[in-house]
Ligand binder design. Structure first.
Ligand code: CA
Length: 226
């Protein structure tokens, strides 16, 4: 079942969209402001986000920009009450995939949702699932197995691993990890990152002291190699 996150502050619109998308067979989560929307985008891991532009706390442009900055490639359909061309341009600039102007018909929105899901079909670095050596990790359920044995990960460990995997082959600095995985409203130190990486290695690496997947790049940060 495809999962859709609806971020819309007008209750009637939000609930109407939820009900109708559910009737179409989607699993739907809603958020009434930009901040909550972002939080849910990271916990619910939707296949698609329907994102209003005019929102309290953080507007839709800001939410979309933040998702892309944190390497979340989930497709986004933006909704706006305005039909200004500049909104549309900005929407695409911050990484939206499609754009619907209010008022729109439900049929139109549903058609766009289907089209975007078909076009983007989640794969690649944003995959839900990864296999590292003999370890199998499902990013959605946070469940991991090695053979028949279950391996426990905390949510933060899974987020960190997911981030490293999404940047396979690239060096990511501790500062990037702090910004992108922890977010700026929390203030762990770079030392925290090192501790988390050490814990991840215990679970991921066959020989944690001689890592072959999560490499330390001296003086720079970390690099995941698949
Ligand atoms: Ca609004």
């Amino acid at each position: 079942m495809k999962r859709i996150l609806v971020i819309e502050d007008e209750p009637q619109m939000r609930l109407g969209l939820r009900d109708n998308l559910e009737l179409e067979g989607y699993e739907v989560m809603t958020a009434a402001d930009g901040e909550d929307g972002l939080t849910k985008a990271f916990s619910f891991l939707p296949d698609l986000v329907v994102l209003d532009i005019m929102l309290p706390h953080r507007n839709g442009f800001d939410v979309c920009r933040e998702l892309r900055r944190r390497s979340v490639g989930t497709p986004v359909i933006m909704l706006t009450a305005r039909s200004q061309e500049s909104d549309k341009v900005l929407g695409f600039e911050v990484g939206a995939d499609d754009y619907v102007t209010k008022p729109f018909s439900l049929t139109e929105l549903l058609a766009r949702v289907k089209a975007v899901l078909r076009r983007t079909g989640r794969q690649g670095p944003e995959a839900d699932h990864v296999t590292i050596g003999d370890l199998d990790i499902d990013f959605r359920t946070h469940q991991a197995r090695r053979g028949s044995r279950r391996v426990e990960f905390t949510s933060r460990e899974v987020e960190l691993l997911r981030y490293l995997v999404a940047h396979t082959g690239q060096v990511v600095t501790r500062e990037q990890i702090l910004n992108d995985v922890w977010g700026y409203d929390e203030s762990p130190t770079t030392r925290t990152i090192d501790n988390f990486v050490a814990k991840l290695r215990q679970k991921v690496e066959p020989r944690p002291h001689e890592p072959q997947y999560i490499l330390t790049i001296h003086g720079s940060g970390y690099k995941f190699v698949g």
